[in-house]
Each structure stands twice: as C-alpha cells, then as structure tokens.
Design a protein around this ligand. Structure first.
Ligand code: EPU
Length: 422
C-alpha cells in the first residue's frame, strides 16, 4: 500500500495539463454496452475507478483494449449480470444498470453499499427505470430489472430530497435511448459530465436534446452504433490544483480546462482574495495567491452551484486563511471526514449538522494522517503543501481512484512530495 509524504513549505509554480474527467469517463464507458460496435474513447484518465469500470465491462463479456489514455470497447456479446465482487469496489458501477437493461431487456446488478461520504441510495435510478416500464425486484443484495417487451418512453421526474441525481439522470438517459417513443426527464442533473455523456450517446446515433438543462428529451432509436469520443477535462482535478495554487502557489497555470465549468470555483477563489486569469479562449488559467487572503462561505449545490466534490479542498485552503470561513454541504451533509484529520494538523474546525466552521490559523503542522475518501485525501495533500514539516498521508489508494498521477503533477510544479511503498 502506498503512502504520500508531502514535505511542506516549497511553493508550487509552473504549468500542468489537466486530465480527462473521471466522472464523465465512467458513465461513458458504461454506455459502450448499448452497442455491439466498436467505441473509442480518448482522454480516459488512468485512475483506479476507470480501471474498475474496464474490469466490469470485461466481466460482462466486452472486449476492452486500453493504451495511453484511449479505451476501445467492443461489447458484441455480453451477459446481463454484474455480480457483487466486481460492483462492490466502486459505487459508480451502478451506471451499467441503464445500458444493460436497454440492451438485454433484463439486468442483475449488485447494489453497492453506502460509503464514507453518506448513505448514497439508488431509489431514484430504480424509480426512473420503472417509469420506463421495467419491473424491479430485490434479491440477495441484487437489483433485478426486467422489461421483456422492451422499454417505453415516459415523463420522469428525477428530483430527490437533495436535488437531482447525476448518475440517476445518466442511467435513465442511457436506458431511454433504446426505448420506444419519447422520454422526458424533468429535474435532470445539469452537470457537464451529463452533457458529455449525451454528446457521446448522440455520436452513437441517439436523439437527445436539452442535456445541461433541467429538462432532457430523448427520442428512442432502434439501434446505436460505435463512435469516437474525447472526454471533457476534469473540472474537479482543475479545481483541486486551483485551490493548491491559491494555498501554496507562486503562479500556477492549468492547461486544457474549460472556463465555463469552473465559474463557481473561480468566484469562490476570487472572493477569498486570490487571482484567477483565463486566456481568451478559456482553455487555460493562471492562479496567483492573493496578498491578503480572506475568509469566505461555500454552500454546495447541484451544478452550476458550488460542487460538493470541491468542498474538502477549499476547507484545506480556509484552514490557514485569516477569519472564519463556513462550508455547508447540502448534497452530502456527512462529507466532513477530512476535518478530523485537518484538526490533527492544527486546524481549528467545528463541524455540526452538515456545516463546518473554519477559523484560520497561522500555520498547520505536519502529522501522520489517514485518507478517508477521494476528495478528503486531496484536502490532506493540499494542507501538507504549506504545513510545517512532512505530512504522511496513508491509504493513498483513495486518491488514486480519481487523480491521475497526482504526485507526478505536483512534482512538475516543484512541490516536494514522495510516494513511498509501505
Ligand atoms: N440520491 C438519492 N437517491 C438516489 C440517488 C441520489 O436520494 O437514487 C441523493 C444522494 O444521496 C445525494 C444527492 O441525491 O444526496 C445527489 O447524489 P447523486 O446521485 O447526484 O450522486 P452520484 O451521481 O452518485 C456523482 C459523482 C459524485 C458527486 C455527486 C454529486 C460520479 C461517478 N460521481 O455521484 O462524485 O459527488 O455526483 O455531484 O459522477 C467524487 O468524484 O468524489 C464523487 C463522489
């Protein structure tokens, strides 16, 4: 098992290129199950979550080749069953449900358990697929969906108590591509990753309009074909390096980003006193740490609001920002595991009912800390960059789930980090 040692106090500067989006790649890889033709997906990040998805596709019978960021999938002969031992490792494996059901008219998918950021139910996914005419049963920890006569278009509202569901929207949209008639999803998630999936499905021959708005319309087609697709840049990886640059940077440039995906994060950094400059075409930005950083408030919301996947990293920045900052997570109110670890490094944070109150201290001090989930571990890396001494982050596999070669990117920016095998 690897650990990361971050030797604090070395400023970061220079330029790096942002990888393809993990959260766009996962449903797009799952969507290849909708056709028996070849799909070629470029800029798939080399992270363990995309490797798990490749294993799931292979386990279902697809032929998969992976070479330098490109994944080629041919799902000509697949089964309808995704067993627990391949599904349990990654919650996002639920997004094979929609494609399998549409293609095979039946699927058996083990339900993933809860995870450290919260309960994470899939009731909305199942409700959406039932509205398309599937019958759902639970048996032995599996959900069995069947629609022997095929799926039928319907109007489906996907709003839950915390707003729309991203992977639920993906699942219903994928299933509806092969349903008879027209499906309208209301209260659809508007995240850029949903738009990227819709672009991929349209390139396969689907007829989807409205992705990126709360109402998505899908006109079912009989068959989908293979295609080539480039995955969008990872806005959360970009946001993480933006926060790192605000915390410990002396001018950091990020290439291959999309300005329009980073508005909420940029606004927060500017409010906190840091400078973010985009180039004219909006595909690169440079971040300078402000001379007088200020406290700020974040409330996470569905896109285009401030992303829950970026609150832990911003908490690390606020830990040494003068004044009292507030972070409220309305999407995953239990997602504050990083705060206990940051406190071990000297941060002054109180967490109560989905809200963290962070009183900025002058400096953090290094401590051995434990990564608990993907974004929490990114927060600990960021905290280590300016802490006094060497921070040892254990359970690094959490960060390897979603950040492509993070240690190499930090080294390229001049940070003093070491990946050590324990
Ligand atoms: N929800 C329900 N019922 C459902 C589905 C969701 O009540 O059937 C609730 C959730 O409990 C949560 C809210 O709805 O309170 C939103 O959850 P959502 O379904 O949108 O989350 P997801 O689709 O499972 C994706 C990302 C997460 C990201 C969330 C929110 C992927 C692979 N995962 O999860 O990313 O936090 O959207 O933006 O796209 C991460 O990358 O670190 C990560 C956790």
């Amino acid at each position: 098992m690897d650990k990361l040692i971050v030797h604090g106090g070395t400023p970061i500067h220079g330029a790096i290129t942002i990888s393809g989006s993990k959260n766009a790649s996962l449903p797009i890889l799952a969507a290849t199950l909708l056709t028996d033709e070849d799909c070629v997906i470029r800029r798939v990040p080399d992270v363990s979550d995309t490797n798990y998805m490749v294993q799931i596709l292979t386990g279902l019978g697809a032929d998969v080749e992976r070479f330098s960021g490109t994944v080629r999938v041919t799902a000509s002969d697949i089964t309808d069953t995704a067993p627990y031992d391949i599904v349990r490792r990654m919650r996002a494996s639920v997004c094979v449900m929609g494609p399998l059901l549409a293609r095979k008219r039946r699927c058996v998918v083990a339900l993933p358990g809860g995870c450290v950021i919260g309960d994470r139910p899939v009731d909305l996914h199942i409700r959406g697929l039932e509205a398309l005419g599937a019958k759902a049963e639970m048996e032995g920890g599996n959900v069995i969906l069947s629609a022997p006569d095929g799926l039928k278009g319907a109007t489906i509202d996907l709003c839950g108590t915390s707003g729309p569901t991203v992977l639920g929207t993906d699942n219903v949209m994928m299933a509806a591509t092969l349903a008879e008639g027209i499906t309208t999803i209301t209260s659809a998630a508007c995240e850029p990753e949903v738009v990227d999936l819709a672009d991929f499905l349209n390139a396969m021959g689907a007829k989807i309009t409205g992705a990126g708005t709360p109402v998505i319309t899908i006109e079912g087609v009989e068959k989908l074909k293979g295609c080539v697709h480039n995955v969008i840049p990872d806005r959360i990886e970009a946001g993480t390096f933006m926060a790192a640059a605000a915390l410990a940077g002396e001018g950091v440039t990020l290439r291959r980003i999309r300005h329009e995906h980073l508005v909420a994060i940029t606004n927060t950094l500017r409010k906190a006193g840091h400078q973010v400059h985009f180039n004219d075409v909006g595909d690169a930005c440079t971040i300078h740490r402000g001379d007088t950083p200020m406290s700020a408030e974040i409330v996470t919301e569905p896109y285009p609001g401030y992303p829950t996947d970026m609150q832990a990293q911003m908490t690390a920045l606020f830990a040494t920002t003068p004044g009292t900052s507030i972070v409220v997570d309305t999407i995953f109110p239990q997602r504050f595991m990083h705060c206990a670890e940051l406190k071990r490094m000297g941060a002054d944070i109180t967490v109560e009912n989905g809200k963290a109150m962070i009183k900025g201290v002058d400096k953090l001090s290094a401590a051995p800390v434990m990564a608990s989930d993907l974004r929490a571990s990114a927060a600990l890396v960021l905290a280590g960059l300016t802490a006094k001494g060497s921070t040892e982050i254990r359970r690094l596999y959490h960060i390897d789930r979603g950040y492509e070669h993070i240690d190499e990117k930090l080294l390229a920016l001049g940070a003093h980090v070491e990946r050590v095998r324990e």
